[in-house]
Ligand binder design. Structure first.
Ligand code: UD1
Length: 435
């Protein structure tokens, strides 16, 4: 079992370049199924990205890493199926569905895995693809989809701006017959990046002022060279790490516009924040002030993916913070871990009340999910004394060299490598039920 050994209490300071966004790279790789040969630059080195590369191989699209890029080329052939092991590895594997049906006319999958954040249905994905002409049948936890005559455009209204359903619909619509008009769509920066990539490949996609996304299907897409946007959640995580240790951080290769809601919270908590075209500088006070109320919302609201790390920061702030989780029904699995450090957090339904304590104390901790795991590490970095953190496969899904980067900022953190095993099986932890 791999473990972080952390001696908390160091002030984090320095400069850091942020890697490409996992949540942008994944749908772009999924879209590569319907595109020509492409070079996707700034693809982070993460286990989720390796899973996506492996899935592409099964679908008849060769994908290989070249430096910071992944080079894709359609080889033809390929399967209508994604192996169960890869479907279980991460929830975003469902984003391959639209491209698979568009490209192969069929798809057979198990229902996707994912971080355990409560019920994560895929009804919106299936309804959109159904309206575009896919026949979808679910039986015994498997989905059987077919569209022997191809997909066609449709008017689709999403009842919730689901990120994944928006991405699946756009990818499917890019080569569907006729026009698709998607209303109620999500507008996260990662979706705009997917659209940029597809446009580079020749897709005809327009963003309307009223929020609708209009896709005029083309017969065939070409390839392109595209650079993935910076990871706003990784950026926000490092900012929180500096903020809660009284530190100072210059973050480079970021888009400050994508971080607006997070920077506004940190500014309100007493940090000095300045931004340039692709950098953010943060200088933290000795102790943060409580954040008031933070409600997670679709972009440009406060991101659900930042809720846990911001909660770790709130745990040592002077004063209280209330979190309201509006996106996922159960996203507080990190709370018991933060409590082990001495954090004063009470949850009730979708709300969490945090009363900042002056000091956290080191403890033996476990990552519960990707962003919850990052929160647990941040808590340990701010705590007095020694902590251990296990469950690192979760962290590896979303942070490239997390410990190395934190150590370069002055954290006392060391990773001891071991073989990760799930209890009672010889399966490697992190590949099931963790996406
Ligand atoms: C994506 C992100 C994830 C982020 C989330 C919300 C990726 C790889 N993952 O996940 O990090 O936390 O957006 O910003 O980009 N829902 C339905 N039916 C559906 C689809 C979703 O009810 O068919 C619900 C979900 O249960 C959830 C909410 O909608 O409560 C948001 O989910 P969605 O936006 O789809 O998130 P993901 O695409 O899974």
């Amino acid at each position: 079992m791999s473990v972080y050994m952390i001696r908390g209490g160091n002030r984090l300071a320095g400069r850091l370049a942020v890697h490409g966004a996992k949540n942008a790279a994944l749908p772009i790789l999924a879209a590569a199924v319907v595109c020509g040969d492409s070079v996707i630059e700034n693809c982070p080195r993460l286990t989720d990205i390796s899973v996506a590369v492996e899935i592409l191989g099964h679908l008849g699209c060769r994908a290989a890493r070249q430096g910071d890029a992944i080079v894709t080329s359609r080889e033809g052939g390929g399967d209508c199926r994604i192996p169960d092991r890869l479907m279980g590895a991460m929830r975003s594997s469902i984003v391959f569905l639209g491209g698979m049906i568009a490209c192969h006319g069929c798809a057979e999958l198990t229902l996707p895995g994912g971080c355990e954040l409560g019920a994560r249905p895929i009804d919106l994905h299936l309804s959109a693809l159904g309206q575009m002409g896919a026949a979808i049948r679910e039986s015994g936890g498997r989905l059987y989809c077919s569209a022997p005559r191809g997909l066609h455009g449709a008017r689709i209204d999403l009842t919730f701006p689901s990120v994944g359903a928006t991405e699946n619909t756009i990818i499917a619509a890019a080569t569907a017959r006729g026009e698709t008009v998607l209303t109620g769509a999500a507008r996260e920066p990662e979706i705009l990046d997917l659209i940029d990539f597809l446009r580079g490949c020749g897709a005809r996609i327009r963003l309307e002022r009223d929020g609708a996304i209009r896709v005029e299907g083309v017969e065939k897409l070409g390839g392109t060279r595209h650079r993935v946007i910076p990871d706003r959640i990784a950026a926000g995580t490092y900012l929180c790490a500096a903020a809660m240790t009284g530190g100072e951080l210059l973050l480079e290769q970021v888009d400050p516009g994508h971080l607006a809601s997070c920077l506004s919270v940190l500014g309100g908590a007493g940090c000095q924040v300045s931004v340039g075209p692709d950098w953010v500088r943060l200088t933290a006070p000795e102790r943060l002030r409580g954040f008031g109320t933070i409600k997670t919302m679709p972009y440009p609201g406060f991101p659900t993916d930042m809720q846990s790390v911001m909660m770790a920061a709130a745990a040592t702030a002077r004063g209280s913070t209330v979190f309201v989780e509006n996106i996922f029904e159960s996203r507080y699995r990190h709370v018991p871990e933060l409590r082990k450090l001495g954090a004063d957090i009470v949850t009730e339904g979708r709300a969490a009340m945090v009363t900042g304590v002056e000091r956290l104390t080191g403890a033996d901790l476990c990552c519960t999910d990707l962003r919850g795991g990052a929160a647990v590490v941040l808590g340990a970095l701010a705590a007095r004394g020694q902590s251990t953190v296990t469950g690192l496969a979760h962290i590896d899904r979303g942070y490239d060299d997390f410990a190395g980067k934190l150590a370069r900022l002055g954290a006392d953190i060391q990773r001891i490598e071991g073989k990760e095993r799930k209890e009672g099986t010889d399966e490697e932890d992190g590949w099931t039920g963790t996406g």
